[in-house]
Write a protein that binds this ligand. Structure first.
Ligand SMILES: NC(=O)c1ccc[n+]([C@@H]2O[C@H](COP(=O)([O-])OP(=O)(O)OC[C@H]3O[C@@H](n4cnc5c(N)ncnc54)[C@H](OP(=O)(O)O)[C@@H]3O)[C@@H](O)[C@H]2O)c1
Length: 338
């Protein structure tokens, strides 16, 4: 163990609108002791996810809400440092949803061993973790892209979006990303080879800009952000379009301002709109890991991480998600692993 005391990030109060530093507190506590059948996990990486914002409200999103005064929880990768559990040994690496703290006790029921020889530990929170699974299952099971179709992905420079655009390219689709800022646009176009990228910060008329990037309309819209971007995309859908609702990041800080949804459009275009939570496909996670891992090995799937160090910086990393400051999978590293 490398610390004498535990440190945790708690929710100090429920954020109003965009989260602020004062909404979070860094608190010290004793390091908990595992009982028989339990283990002590030292967290190495925390995943910083926009969906956590919904959990800071009263519990109405797809996960149970956070409690004021209690630590935030999130997807984490850690190392077993004490074990009184028959199935886990000291030194094992595990993935689990854990409190945002250095040390956590686990009964192992929801812990999954991860192997750094198969994929780098951090990627179990990104491209071979939930964001990768969202892209994989959202496209495969709902978007069902066919060669030659136009696939549009919002939040294309984020962890989910970046994987979704590449998987759609592998299906020989015309792929259009939507992102904010010249650096992200250049990466998506030049590094990932997208057919077009719309910089939504650089236009007052998103519908026209997106229309120019999609001369044949939109067959699959993979939505990570919602709001005006989604309204623009929906206005361009083709007959039998598929609309994959993965996330609504632009709406998380302003839940009452959700964009105007036009169900009549779905009728006019005989289109399918379907939301999902990644846990719908939990029993198929190994399939996704195998496919995504294989593509990475073959050099056909790239990923990008934005790793900052120190638990104390986790609240700011979360706040920055809503300012477009993160680029790729946002992680916090608590301990050096080598
Ligand atoms: N359904 C599920 O089970 C499930 C599971 C995990 C995640 N999700 C959701 O999937 C979405 C993507 O997750 P992620 O892990 O890829 O997140 P991420 O890495 O934070 O990326 C999201 C992207 O959204 C963009 N963005 C942020 N604020 C925006 C705004 N106001 N308007 C437009 N774009 C904005 C940012 O890029 P720009 O700089 O280009 O704005 C960012 O790159 C999130 O909404 C998340 O909650 C769903």
């Amino acid at each position: 163990m490398t610390h004498n005391r535990n440190q945790m990030v708690t929710l100090a109060r429920r954020p109003q609108g965009k989260p602020k530093r004062e909404d979070f507190l860094l608190v010290e506590a004793e390091i908990p002791k595992p009982a028989d059948g339990e283990m002590l996990i030292q967290t190495l990486y925390l995943s910083v996810d926009p969906g956590m914002r919904g959990m800071m409200e009263a519990p109405k999103s797809y996960s149970p809400g956070f409690k004021v005064g209690q630590p935030l929880t999130g997807r984490s990768v850690g190392r077993v440092v004490v074990s009184r559990h028959a199935d886990f040994a000291v030194g094992d690496f595990v993935y689990e949803r854990l409190p945002w703290q250095h040390y956590s006790v686990s009964d192992g029921r929801k812990a999954k061993k991860v192997d750094p020889n198969v994929a780098p530990l951090s990627t179990y929170l990104g491209v071979v973790g939930v964001p990768g699974f969202c892209a994989y299952f959202g496209l495969k099971e709902i978007g069902k892209p066919r060669a030659g179709e136009t696939v549009v992905v919002s939040g294309a420079s984020g962890a989910v979006g970046m994987t979704a655009v590449q998987l759609a390219k592998l299906e020989s689709c015309r792929v259009v990303g939507i992102a904010g800022g010249a650096e992200k646009v250049a990466y998506l176009r030049d590094e990932l080879g997208l057919d077009a990228v719309v910089n939504y910060h650089a236009t007052d008329d998103l519908r026209t800009a997106l229309g120019q990037a999609c001369p044949d309309g939109i067959d699959v819209y993979f939505d990570n952000v919602g709001g005006d971007i989604t309204q623009a995309a929906l206005s361009l859908i083709n007959h039998h379009a598929r609309i994959v609702i993965c996330g609504q990041t632009s709406q998380y800080n302003h839940p009452s301002e959700s964009g105007k949804f036009a169900p009549e459009l779905l009728i006019q275009k005989s289109a399918l709109m379907q939301g999902f939570v990644v846990y719908d496909y939990e029993d198929r996670n190994d399939e996704a890991v195998a496919r995504l891992g294989q593509l990475i090995k073959e050099g056909r799937l790239q990923h990008r991480e934005n790793i900052i160090e120190g638990l104390e910086n986790a609240p700011q990393a979360f706040i920055d998600l809503f300012d477009g400051k993160s680029f790729g999978k946002q992680l916090v590293q608590l301990v050096q692993t080598t």
